[in-house]
Design a protein around this ligand. Sequence first.
Ligand code: HEM
Length: 529
Amino acid sequence: MELEASWFFQLLHASFCFLFFTSITILSLISVVFCLLRPKLCCNCEICSAYLTLSWSKQFDNLCDWYTHLLKNSPGKTIHIHVLGNTITANPDNVEYMLKTRFENFPKGKPFSMILGDFLGRGIFNVDGDSWRFQKKMASLELGKLSIREYAFEIINCEIKDRLIPLLSSVAAAKEQRVLDFQDVFRRFSFDSICRFSFGLDPRCLELSLPMSKFAAAFDLASKLSAERAMTASPLVWKIKRVLNLGSEKQLKRAIEIVNILAKEVIRQRRKMGFLTHNDLLSRFMRTINDETYLRDIVISFLLAGRDTVASGLTSLFWLLAKHPNVGSAIRREADRVIGKNQDLTSFEQLKELNFLQAAVYESMRLYPPIQFDSKFCQDEDTLPDGSFLKRGTRVTYHPYAMGRMEEIWGPDCLEFKPERWLKDGGVFYPENPFKYPVFQAGFRVCLGKEMALVELKSVALSLVRRFQIELVTPHRTPRFSPGLTATFSGGLPVLVTKCVAFTTAYRQIHRQRGTKLQGLTYDTQIDV
Ligand code: HEM
């Protein structure tokens, strides 16, 4: 009996100690979280209150529209969201200062690289310093070569002729269901293109049956969940969830595992097939790098950088073209004059002569940049050219979406879609100062895939505008964006597709006379993903 009582008291004592120490630990954790969040949550200035109570959403469809409104009305074109510790600017002098003049003081920083670190590893998109310099040097060397530009041109045109046009033709020929979600189509198009360009392997996402790809789905989920980490009130929230392997962090871990299995398989196949004779980016990197994880990281960064951005650029371009049929007609007229009536594009060089097309693409991304804002971290305290003081560790964001809507930069017609604003000397395209138009970023970390992106956007626009009539299913709806790393239309872009009879008939006649095939370029090895 005595023994039982002593055992009971021992158990009681142990349970009490356990409960006591667990409660203390939890309470300490909560107070640390509270202390970290407190100074931020305390701000009750007008902007922070509107941000916290979401009252801005009564007047604006999108957060970027509210920021644009605030930036327009700020004398220095810079605002501070204290609760986020974020300074946001639409002032070109500030942008030049962060991206060029004081580049070393504005790295991406640890908070950003931790958010994307599990997914992107040490890939170029996610690193600073020497690792970034090394990859940038190698990538610029490869991407600057004529052979890789021609390779990109060939891939893109294959994807357009063998998949995009047949898909739209089949939809246009259907008796009833002529609606397509263009955003989904462009995501498939850009995923096939960037995988072929980066790995030389083909996920076939844009085949007529519009198959689901395990790789694409896991990749999408991983980038969506990584982006959502940035939206939590404090990094501690997702870090604790990660340690405990809970909810979205558990899903993210699984998605990254799938991406890694497939990436490893891709690298294995490339090694087996021999990388010395292939032109894709991975083969080129494999000639210098042996570390498998590093190769995976580099290529995944390219996929992320080059997939959703292009799809986003195409989606908003076609939204604008459907709203401005006169711009589509001008693109067709220019193509007939430069390439020839009912003739197809034959070279990368020919694309460069289409000044109006280039202007339309630039103008569309001025109003709807695929990356609406981009943040850096201020390493040591600094002062921006407009006088804004930055404490060490402040997040500083330049905002291409707002900058495209500034009267001071683009004049009183800044909200209009007018490709002509980019043309001078009787129709020659002139680019704007990149710090006023940082759509591809600017300065030392400017986008490395800009040329490839422009070839994709122009080739798709040209091919579709000449062959199809595209109308919006909901013409009066203005774009609402889903949160994420790139601008995505929530609800997609449903369109009605019909054929432009004149082009198709004449085009078929010409090819029949010449005996050439309309489709028939061969693909690299295919991969089941
Ligand atoms: C319309 C399409 C595109 C837009 C608007 C765009 C825009 C951008 C922007 C704003 C950045 C800077 C991001 C940052 O540092 O936080 C960037 C970086 C980058 N982009 Fe693009 N991009 C596009 C397409 C592409 C494509 C197709 C590729 C690949 C072939 C690519 C490869 C890269 C790479 C590798 C970087 C990292 C550069 C560095 O950190 O030094 N991009 N891009």
